[in-house]
Write a protein that binds this ligand. Structure first.
Ligand code: SF4
Ligand code: SF4
Length: 303
């Protein structure tokens, strides 16, 4: 992995079947959701201890992307707006490069409006480019709604998302919040709960035993996504990224092309897959049945 100067960097041009390009600018977050998979504030995941890329490197990485109109660069984390160079980054992107933002919307809205070009986060899509996660007990819904309208008035398109938790009380709260928000004209949508709750696994997963499988198996796996961690390292799945496990490239490698995404790679962690990667879900065209990764040759499992 030889990191190169800007002039040597070739384009990364995702193919039609590549579904997601994400820069995890930082895994830091100012909230402390108990179910957070990112473990920040000194968490033990190895990614946390790694060098983080400076903003000029992120700009070089972004500007080598040649993305289709229907495939934005998603900025996520942690809370991506906590990345110190966030405003510099969004202002230095090449014309036409579109971004989505996944945020908890705790940032200073006036500062955001004053410093972020609208066109970076505006594009035709069946969902809002700026997507806010509502975490009951962590961020306040009335505050979110107020910020929502501030951003909307300033010309941004945003949506708020709540998770339909299996716990009846939490679920009812989200559904009531959704109803209240829709009446106010807020784009509020729900997402299904993924993972374990009181001994039961929630979510529809394509590969048996891949999530909380209890037993780790070897396999070969590939993704349709370009996933880049705060250090600029590229991974074949979310579980690998969050564990800092087996990066296959650096986003500033001169010879990195989108072809590298398609390679099946050996993995010994089948059973510890992240629900995001193996969940049967809706793709960017809002079509159901998509799975982020393709897994073959699972040791001890009939295919
Ligand atoms: S807002 Fe997201 S990243 Fe931050 S603690 Fe909550 S779940 Fe984790
Ligand atoms: S098998 Fe699971 S843990 Fe291994 S690379 Fe694929 S998604 Fe990631």
């Amino acid at each position: 992995m030889e990191i190169s100067t800007e002039s040597e960097l070739g384009p990364i041009r995702p193919a039609e079947w590549h579904n997601y390009v994400a820069f995890f600018l930082t895994l830091r977050c100012n909230l402390k959701c108990p179910y957070c998979i990112n473990l920040h504030d000194g968490g033990s995941r190895s990614t946390m201890g790694k060098r983080t890329m400076d903003v000029e490197s992120w700009i070089k990485a972004a500007n080598r992307l040649e993305l289709r109109p229907d495939l934005p660069l998603t900025l996520q984390g942690g809370e991506p707006t906590l990345f110190p160079g966030f405003f510099r980054f969004v202002n230095a992107l090449k014309p036409g490069l579109k971004c989505d933002l996944l945020t908890n919307l705790t940032f200073d809205v006036a500062e955001f409006i004053a410093n972020v070009p609208r066109e970076v986060f505006l594009r035709e899509a069946p969902y809002a480019p700026i997507r806010v996660s509502y975490h009951p007990g962590q961020n306040d819904i009335d505050e979110l709604v107020w910020r929502y309208f501030q951003l909307e008035e300033a010309g941004f398109r945003i949506g708020i998302y709540g998770i339909l938790h299996p716990d009846e009380e939490k679920r009812s709260h989200i559904l009531a919040t959704k109803e209240r928000c829709l009446k106010l004209g807020v784009d509020f949508r729900t997402k299904e709960y993924l993972g374990e709750w009181q001994g039961q696994l929630y979510g529809q997963f394509k590969y048996p035993g891949s999530v909380m499988g209890g037993q780790l198996r070897s396999c070969r796996c590939r993704t349709g996504e370009l996933l880049v961690d705060p250090a600029g390292l590229v991974y074949k799945c979310h579980a690998d990224l969050l564990e800092g496990r087996a990066p296959y490239a650096h986003v500033l490698d001169a010879d990195l092309t989108a072809d590298a995404i398609d390679e099946f790679r050996a993995c010994d962690s089948y059973g510890d897959c992240n629900p995001c990667d193996v969940k049967v879900k809706t793709n960017r065209f809002q079509q159901f049945g998509h799975t982020s990764v393709e897994i073959v040759d699972v040791d001890g499992l009939a295919q």
